[in-house]
Design a protein around this ligand. Structure first.
Ligand code: FAD
Length: 436
């Protein structure tokens, strides 16, 4: 039986270890950091994720869904906090009861690490940053000078993947990579519990859309919310221009007045929590020599505005497992198949995630957008199963992302034609009245 090395024990790496261990492989996972179950999360890097159907499906297949979701909080829609006026709730699904699930990335990772550690054949080596790789022999080198060897090496080491860099160094011009950073960064702020209760409705993902920027907040089991500011890196109203305690308070008083009282440690959080980068990674190929391959963010990091990065990474694991089934565990055949099966889909969700940023930071507060959502939900009610919104297809189904993109385009064409016909009929009726 082959011996597999996985680089990175983040979300993709630890789930992948569970899947491959169950297939009977000997799996060694090499992780740069210390064991997070002992060391805990870094300040301002807690990140809670929205886990939806694709991720849950991957967990369900190996019986981990119930355990992982035990601490998750369902969010059935967006609660929009406009600068002026009342908050308004926009359900994610036509039925109003389908939910995405808020879960701490740390808690999710810990649960997967526990599951991987308990899987026969899996060993996790913490404090092992990968620094060199020979794709021809499967020899891995680590920062402390130690080495290991495996038949197959899978890089699950995130957006800044060392494995990807080493594949590129080996393959030269036949390997391409683009990393496109947004002009925006993110910073976490905590909204603590108030008198032991949630300070906001825990059944919603909260958004403060402010045109060129926004803040979101997701609930945590301890009744706090993790807020994330998505602001430009430079220019007016940016992380670069707002730094002093007085400027932070002034900006929040002007732009997020309701948050001032909800975040008692605003200035401290703002000044001490780091600004994270946001970007899209594309590279090709995802595998070389049928022996070394990339998975999750290492292959296709995306911006977080559709809440799909981890969900997509989990889908990669399912697809790789499917390809191993289909090829009788012939890795040289399975790895190119896996890349073929996932590439178009990862490109589609990368594009949809970028588009959703504009929707979240800007359009959700627009009355026309709300009207459009109501029309969309009406169409879904009138044409059950035939008209399904993009949000529902992405978050509440496992329809491949590329197929979602094609289907939504067709639906919009039909809806546009119907709307055009209705406008023409209305115009004709008005004209008849005028003539009479
Ligand atoms: P990672 O989770 O980054 O794990 C990579 C692992 O590799 C880490 O443990 C790292 O320490 C290790 N590593 C790195 N370099 C080395 C090395 N040289 N040697 C050994 N190990 C190494 N996704 C969602 O699905 N829903 C959301 O709501 C969502 N919200 C997000 C919000 C924000 C602000 C951000 C930034 C991301 C969000 N994501 C979300 C995306 C999600 O976090 C990622 O897609 C997911 O973590 C990818 O998993 P991964 O295992 O591929 O990479």
């Amino acid at each position: 039986m082959k011996h597999v090395a996985i680089v990175g024990s983040g979300l993709a790496g630890s789930l992948l270890a569970c899947y491959l261990g169950r297939r009977g492989y000997r799996v060694d996972v090499y992780e740069r950091r210390s064991d997070p179950r002992v060391a805990g999360a870094e300040r301002g890097r807690s990140i809670n994720l929205a886990l939806s159907e694709r991720g849950i499906d991957a967990l369900r297949r190996i019986g981990l869904d119930e355990e992982v979701l035990r601490d998750a909080l369902p969010m059935r829609g967006r609660m929009v906090h406009p600068l002026h006026g009342e908050t308004n709730f926009q359900p994610y699904s036509v039925s109003g009861d389908r939910a995405i699930n808020s879960i701490g990335r740390g808690a999710l990772n810990d649960a997967l690490l526990d599951a991987a550690s308990a899987t026969k054949g899996v060993t996790i080596h913490f404090d092992h940053p990968l620094t060199s790789l020979d794709p021809e022999t499967g020899t891995l080198g680590f920062a402390d000078g130690s080495q290991a060897k495996a038949d197959v090496v899978l890089g699950a080491d995130g957006a800044g993947s060392a494995t990807r860099g080493l594949m590129m160094a080996y393959a030269g011009d036949s390997f391409t990579e683009t990393v496109s950073f947004l002009d925006y960064g993110y910073k976490e702020l905590t909204i603590p519990a108030r008198d032991g209760e949630f300070a906001l409705d825990p059944g919603a993902l909260h958004i403060w859309p402010r045109g060129t920027s926004m803040m979101i907040a997701l609930p945590n089991p301890d009744r706090s919310f993790t807020g994330t500011l998505f602001w430009p890196n430079s220019g007016a109203g940016s992380f670069a221009s707002i730094g002093s305690p007085a400027a932070v308070e002034r900006h929040f008083r002007e732009q997020y007045p309701d948050l001032l009282e909800l975040i008692p440690n605003l200035v401290d959080d703002y000044r001490h929590n780091p600004v994270g980068l946001l970007g899209t990674v594309k590279c090709a190929p995802w595998q070389i020599l049928g022996r070394v391959a990339l998975i999750g963010d290492a292959a296709h990091a995306i911006v977080p505005f559709y809440g799909q990065g981890a969900n997509a990474a989990f889908e990669d694991v399912v697809e790789l497992d499917r390809c191993l089934d289909a090829t009788g565990d012939d890795w040289a055949e399975a790895l190119p198949r896996y890349e073929l099966g996932r590439r178009e889909n990862s490109e589609a969700i990368a594009e949809m995630a970028l588009a959703n940023f504009v929707e979240m930071r800007d359009k959700v507060a627009d009355p026309l957008f709300k009207l459009g959502k109501n029309v969309e939900h009406t169409l879904e009610r009138l044409l059950p199963g035939k008209y399904v919104s993009r949000y529902e297809l992405v978050s509440f189904s496992t329809t491949p992302y590329a197929e979602v993109r094609r289907r939504v385009k067709r639906q919009h064409q039909v809806a546009g034609a119907v709307a055009g016909t209705l406008v023409a009929l209305a115009a004709a009726a008005i004209a008849r009245r005028v003539v009479r």
